[in-house]
Design a binder for this molecule. Structure first.
Ligand SMILES: [Zn+2]
Length: 241
């Protein structure tokens, strides 16, 4: 094969699918040139983005939007942007597909392996059980109490208030409070994690007073894992519907 001299113009033409068969052959037969083409390609993509999507959230942010990692404020911003931007809508749709296809996104940790890990470390797991509400006078059975659920394990009580999503929006909110009934003045230390379909969705430090709140979540089955220094509590199968 004769040595074929390639210049940047040839590489660009190749990327655009307009190179001659000779050029295509020369590029594809050399690994070094292929690497150069790929470098050029990513430059090209970022150049394209900088020109045409300069106001768009980056891919990472769109992914975080999709999996529900964004703060309330950023979520609202991205959502507003999406309503006006077909490019980002398309990108989010692609990301959602990729997310479904991939066995596990690297940021997701399975609940089961987390529990195994805690048990192996000698931690006590307390599985809370749902406590049916006490019978209430008929006049109190309206509105506000509907989304409130109480769970208990040993001396710990977890009270959840669930605001369901409106239509198919990801705007459900779970607020809660952890109480230690044996010692109401406990100052809590630890983390609380929200799992969806057995995968970690959000994790945050628990408030000293035991308050916590998770927003921007959609329909589905959720689990809570509350890791305290002494023990770990689970609240399983919280249905948001
Ligand atoms: Zn956009």
């Amino acid at each position: 094969m004769s040595e074929f001299k390639l210049d940047d113009g040839d590489l660009m033409a190749y990327l655009a699918g307009e190179a001659s068969p000779e050029v295509v052959q020369a590029i594809e037969s050399s690994e070094a040139t292929l690497m150069e083409v790929n470098a050029l390609k990513s430059l090209d993509v970022s150049f394209f983005k900088s020109q045409f999507r300069s106001n768009c959230p980056d891919t990472q942010q769109l992914l975080e939007y999709e999996v529900g990692f964004l703060s309330d404020e950023l979520y609202a911003e991205v959502k507003h942007h999406l309503s006006n931007c077909p490019h980002c809508q398309a990108e989010v749709a692609t990301l959602a597909e990729v997310e479904l296809e991939s066995e596990s996104v690297s940021t997701l940790t399975a609940l089961k392996s987390k529990l195994d890990e805690l048990i192996a470390a000698g931690k006590t797991i307390l599985d809370t059980v749902f406590v049916p509400p006490a019978p209430q006078p008929a006049f109190a059975l309206r509105g506000e109490q509907q989304g409130v659920q109480t769970y208990q394990a040993e001396g710990y009580q977890v009270i959840l208030s669930i605001q369901p999503p409106v239509a198919s929006e990801k705007n459900a909110k779970v607020e809660g409070q952890l109480n230690n009934l044996d010692d109401p003045l406990t100052e809590f230390q630890g983390t609380i994690s929200l799992y969806k379909d057995e995968s970690l969705l959000k994790e945050e430090p628990i408030d000293t007073f035991g308050y916590f709140s998770f927003g921007n979540i959609g329909f589905g089955a959720y689990d809570l894992l509350i890791e305290l220094s002494s023990s770990t509590l689970t609240v399983r199968d919280i249905e948001i519907e």
